[in-house]
Design a protein around this ligand. Structure first.
Ligand code: PLP
Length: 472
């Protein structure tokens, strides 16, 4: 393809993209294809000869689109959103066009310095400790792994990188509700899953700090070395908030690395009424949140802050001859701040988003989503046999169908599983579930960038319609 053709197709694609964004509601939210259906339409062998772009694009529309779940559909209420916005998409187009591999300052100074400055902006926006240093990672899972690997090096005097584990007596702590990325990080960092201590939670699904303290003391008595605590600022199951301040104090008292996983709810720190609830974030050694979840920045963009960037760099730095530069030491070479060497130019989309929305625009959207959630939770609890299972929080409500007289947990769980299946099968909205105290519960997350009250109303109608049909 030459640039003449590129220009022609790019213009056509931009029209297609704008149409898609305007008309995304014509698609079923969740793809309805069966396993294998997409692959069966693809040839067994790669093409010997070039295909025309028209042909490729026709196949994209006919074979790929039906197998896509439309995360940007305003009736996508599943998981946590992967929110996007037009400025962010435009930045991604430029990023792809520049095609820069931004592994270090010298390979694109503007990319490194824009990243550095965006991290400063975010600290101010979220009112995070100003002394922290930030870096963009692909996902929160990677950031948590980086935190754990750095803690591992710090606690071992930077020996494990050199000679591996001697005598692994380290212990890692998180709540029973922490995200599975913590388990994964513990496995990959070589600590072993059996050394991940899951601390029980209270009635709000937040970590019991008394239990944390006892676990640490018991481990110390048994000769273990407490190394790392994860506090969740918004769990995946129920957006529970662990006692961020108290965990910080315990971590300080015992000299344990303290990592805060705010992957989803971290964006809400931009609103004062939420931020004011947290006094002691500075007790954390590291912190992650995902602008790609609830800050209108296209996937992937996860922001990782660390108290002592020197420890991170010392844990990750390897310096082959071909990567040596004269500027080393006087600039940020982000290749040393995480796992991959190669890095995408992700800060561009953050810059576009922050400038296009402004702080006030982001705050306004988040507050609107929170108001929509208050509206939803009130409506659903007055809707026939539906009940809200736990106190709604931010833009998140857990609910289930509980017909009068039906008390048996298994029957209720089966009924709600059926409800979820049927709602999603219709494709008008997409919900996912969690289990709360063994109860199968539907999760409603109102975070798609452009969701409006009409989408919530339609969701309520559909949930009621399917619920009624199951009850009769
Ligand atoms: N932590 C929490 C609390 C999450 O909810 C999630 C994902 O939803 C993650 C971590 C993992 O996020 P990522 O996909 O960015 O690795």
């Amino acid at each position: 393809m030459d640039t003449k053709e590129f220009r022609k197709y790019a213009h056509e694609l931009v029209d297609w993209m704008a149409d898609y964004l305007e008309q995304v509601e014509k698609y079923p939210v969740r793809s309805l294809v069966k396993p294998g259906e997409t692959k069966d339409q693809l040839p067994d062998n790669p093409p010997e000869v070039p295909h025309s772009f028209e042909n490729i694009f026709k196949d994209f529309e006919e074979k790929i689109i039906p197998g896509m779940t439309h995360w940007q559909h305003p009736s996508f209420f599943a998981y946590f959103p992967a929110s996007r916005s037009e400025p962010s998409i435009l930045a991604e187009m430029l990023t792809a066009t520049l095609g820069a591999q931004c592994m270090m300052w010298a390979t694109s100074p503007a990319a490194a310095e824009l990243e550095e400055q965006m991290m400063e902006w975010l600290k101010k926006m979220l009112d995070l400790p100003r002394s922290w240093k930030g870096v963009i990672q692909d996902t929160a899972s990677t950031a948590t792994l980086c935190a754990l690997l750095t803690a591992r090096e710090v606690i071992s005097g930077f020996k494990i990188n050199e000679s591996g584990f001697d005598n692994n007596k380290y212990r890692i702590y998180c709540s029973e509700q922490a995200h599975s990325s913590v388990d994964k990080a513990v496995m990959m960092a070589g600590f072993g899953r059996k050394n991940l201590v899951k601390i029980e939670v209270d009635e709000n699904y937040a970590m019991k700090t008394g239990a944390l303290q006892s676990a640490i003391k018991n481990d110390l008595k048994s000769g273990f070395k407490p190394a790392f605590i994860v506090g969740a600022l918004g769990t995946t199951g129920s957006t529970a908030i662990d006692p961020i301040d108290k965990i910080g104090e315990i971590a300080q008292k015992f000299g344990i690395w303290y990592h805060i996983d705010a992957a989803y709810a971290g964006s809400a720190l931009i609103i004062d009424e939420f931020r004011n609830q947290f006094k002691s974030l500075e007790l954390a050694d590291s912190f992650v949140f995902n602008p790609h979840k609830w800050m209108f920045t296209n996937f992937d963009c996860s922001v990782y802050f660390i108290k002592d960037a020197g420890q991170l760099i010392r844990s990750f730095e390897v310096l082959p001859e071909y990567l040596k530069t004269k500027s080393r030491g006087s600039v940020n070479d982000y290749r040393d701040w995480g796992v991959p060497l190669g890095r995408r130019f992700r800060s561009l989309k953050l810059w576009f988003v922050m400038r296009s929305f402004g702080i006030s625009g982001i705050q306004e959207r988040l507050r609107f989503h929170i108001r929509l959630n208050e509206y939803f939770s009130k409506k659903i609890s007055g809707l026939g046999a539906f009940e809200v299972v736990m106190e709604p929080f931010l833009n998140f409500t857990c609910f289930r169908l509980k017909p009068e007289g039906l008390e048996d947990m298994e029957s209720l769980n089966n009924l709600n599983e059926q409800l979820l299946e049927e709602i999603n099968r219709q494709g008008k909205l997409f919900l996912t579930h969690t289990k709360i105290n063994g109860q199968f519960t539907l999760r409603m997350v109102i975070g798609q960038t452009y969701v409006e009250q009409q989408h919530v109303d339609r969701a309520l109608d559909e949930i009621k319609r399917v619920g009624d049909s199951l009850e009769t």
